[in-house]
Design a protein around this ligand. Structure first.
Ligand SMILES: [Zn+2]
Ligand SMILES: [Zn+2]
Ligand SMILES: [Zn+2]
Length: 284
């Protein structure tokens, strides 16, 4: 599988455009991998993870067309991960030609939240109606946590995230052709039921992507911190969840506690993981 990071920042992007903190100033000066858009990822050319607010910009900046995207796995409905206006803008009524039907996967709670927002702000019909499927050229699928399902050629499992109680936030494992990726943002420390499911399904990942909202000098909370990422990577290695050549990448990086890319990447290297950046293309 080819994994492209479309965005690697937490909710307020990095640099936060209005902020004068040291990290934002440093990122602005350095540019390149230090400039992060809100988190989203693309697998091969057809599976999007999160219909995020910056995916259009990412597509333009990283020469990464989304015109073959057929599937979307939605983690949760927070605004830095879900911009429902993309559903309208990619529809035939907005002049879009040749886009395949989009199979859109999310938890029940995420779909309910999305439907509320959509009907209040964007359209006069329900997102969960046959009308929506027709006008938006898409099809909704409700995912059941911890039950494997197929998304086209991909075998997927949704794991409840330790994040946004009541919103049905999910983390996803995605497997194809004997290779497996775990996409783990947004979340605080993984729930024990997730570790159990890893064991039960005998999961062994080639690449693990983890929430890294909080930096080296911060403790976690509602998201993972640098030190928790290190602990998670160690536990994954010792429990065999991470293959012997498996790699761990940080994403969802916030400006408050994380330095610009080169400094953060050096810290990560010392501690056995890597830092993703926007436009990074991984062959898994
Ligand atoms: Zn987020
Ligand atoms: Zn800042
Ligand atoms: Zn969130």
């Amino acid at each position: 599988m080819i994994l492209t990071f479309l965005g690697t920042a937490a909710a307020n992007a990095f640099p936060e455009a209005f902020c004068k903190c040291r990290n934002c100033a440093q990122a602005r000066t350095l540019g390149g991998p230090s400039l992060r858009k809100r988190s989203a990822a693309l697998i091969n050319n057809d599976l999007l993870i999160d219909l995020g607010p910056d995916i259009m910009a990412a597509s333009h900046m990283h020469s990464c067309s989304l015109d073959d995207v057929r599937y979307c796995l939605q983690t949760h409905p927070h605004a830095d991960h879900l911009d429902l206006s993309h559903l309208l803008s990619r529809s035939p009524a907005y002049g879009v030609v040749g886009a395949p039907v989009l199979d859109f996967y999310a938890s029940r709670e995420t779909l309910e939240r999305a439907a509320e927002t959509f009907e209040r702000d964007l359209a006069r019909y329900s997102l969960l109606s046959a009308e929506a499927e027709k006008y938006l050229n898409f099809k909704i699928h409700q995912v059941q946590p911890l039950e494997p399902f197929m998304v086209g050629p991909y075998s997927v499992v949704a794991f409840p995230a330790n994040h946004a109680p009541g919103m049905g936030a999910m983390l996803y494992s995605i497997e194809a052709n004997g290779r497996a990726i775990f996409y783990g943002t947004d979340t605080a420390a993984l729930l024990e039921e997730t570790w159990q499911a890893f064991r039960q399904h005998k999961m062994r990942f080639d690449a693990v992507i983890l929430d890294h909202t909080y930096g080296p000098e911060q403790s976690g909370g509602d998201h993972l911190s640098a030190h928790q990422v290190i602990e998670h990577a160690d536990r994954m290695r010792s429990e065999g969840v991470l293959g012997s050549r498996g790699r761990v990448f940080a994403t969802h990086i916030a400006h408050e506690g994380n330095p610009a890319h080169p400094e953060l990447a050096a810290f990560a290297k010392k501690h056995g993981y890597e830092v993703a950046y926007d436009g990074l293309v991984l062959t898994v």
